[in-house]
Write a protein that binds this ligand. Structure first.
Ligand code: ADP
Ligand code: F6P
Length: 319
């Protein structure tokens, strides 16, 4: 293995830069050539790549987003686009590729592996929706960003004696909602993994009011419904003024937390090691504090287990 390409793909996530930095610096330390591929799979198709040096990744460990750029690239899924990408990989002499992204990006890496290119995936998505790993890069930073907003909305919720619905990202995964609800002391959390009972939600809000509670925070995962509709329903049933906020893209940006920087650094180095050892078709993960690698096919077949215990605990603590 002489030349490794690295790309970031799908939704950007804080910590991706730490991973890119680690791939570049760990690779160069081991005398490899590292090629930075721009805007995910689009860069492979359009041949927009550059040789990375030690200084290409200077001053980025603390930055959100990704210096390589990212994209959602439908063309890569077509035969024609995929062939262009393979030709450019060969033309550039890339022998191994490190893909930093989420589930979709890993499916792209899987296709590359099946076509004979050594590929390794690093989980980078705020959604935390890759079942084989406990955490994905960016998840904890996004949680902290959500918590900042929850605290601020709680201030105004208490002042006015309102209910506030806060819609958070996560695609079909409720982890951002669940853990920001637990950490933010939300009265209710609505996630796609669990059925919710509107009557039960409203009774809980009204019981809180009867006990003198001034605020009610409902955290809604985007995959479980719509904040406007939910707040209208709650207001109609409870008679309490209910406002909503959709947090949106602020959840994707910002300086990565210490955890995401450490995770990115360790996973970046591990991905290079895996390629140097001759392995292919792998993904990097973390479980019980240990970084590991496993087969990409197996990883993508793993089913996500919802953390029911934390969900129940959130309900109990928010009485
Ligand atoms: P994420 O990686 O964050 O889940 P996407 O689902 O948008 O984001 O996937 C990112 C990119 O990965 C897509 O734009 C596409 O280029 C590539 N990709 C997604 N699914 C596949 C697939 N089944 N086969 C090949 N490439 C895919
Ligand atoms: O996967 C990250 C994510 O931010 C999801 O939480 C969200 O559903 C989606 O990306 C938004 O995608 P886009 O950036 O294409 O609007």
């Amino acid at each position: 293995m002489r030349t490794i390409g690295v790309l970031t793909s799908g939704g950007d996530a804080p910590g991706m830069n730490a991973a890119v930095r680690a791939v570049v610096r760990y690779g160069i330390y081991h005398n490899l050539n590292i090629i930075g591929i721009k805007a995910g799979y689009k860069g492979l198709i359009e041949n927009t790549m550059e040789d990375m040096t030690l200084s290409s990744v200077a001053d980025i460990i603390h930055r959100g987003g990704t210096i390589l750029g990212t994209a959602r690239c439908e063309e890569f899924k077509d035969d024609e686009g995929f062939k262009k990408a393979l030709n450019n990989i060969k033309y550039r002499g890339i022998e191994g590729i490190i893909v930093i992204g989420g589930d979709g990006s890993f499916r792209g890496a899987q296709q590359l592996s099946r076509a004979g290119i050594s590929a390794v995936g690093i989980p980078g998505t705020i959604d935390n929706d890759l079942p084989y790993t406990e955490y994905t890069l960016g998840f904890y930073t996004a949680l902290n960003t959500v918590l900042e907003s929850v605290g601020k909305i709680r201030d105004t919720s208490s002042s006015h004696g309102r209910t506030n619905v806060i819609e958070v990202m996560g695609r079909n995964c409720g982890d951002i909602a669940l853990y920001s609800g637990l950490a933010g002391g939300a009265e209710l959390v609505v996630v796609p993994e669990e059925q919710f009972d509107m009557q039960e939600i409203c009774e809980k809000i009204m019981q809180g009011r009867a006990r003198g509670k001034r605020h009610s925070i409902v955290i809604l995962a985007e995959g479980a419904g719509n904040a406007k509709e939910l707040s209208e329903q709650i207001e109609n049933i409870t008679g309490i003024t209910t406002k909503y906020s959709v947090l949106g893209y602020i959840q994707r940006g910002g300086t990565p937390t210490a955890y995401d920087r450490i995770l990115g650094s360790k996973m970046g180095a591990k991905a290079v090691e895996v390629l140097m050892s001759g392995k292919s078709s792998r993904v990097i993960g973390i479980r019980g504090g240990s970084i590991f690698d496993m087969d990409i096919e197996e990883a993508l077949l793993t089913e996500k287990e919802f953390d029911k215990e934390s969900y129940e605990l959130t309900k109990i603590l928010s009485i």
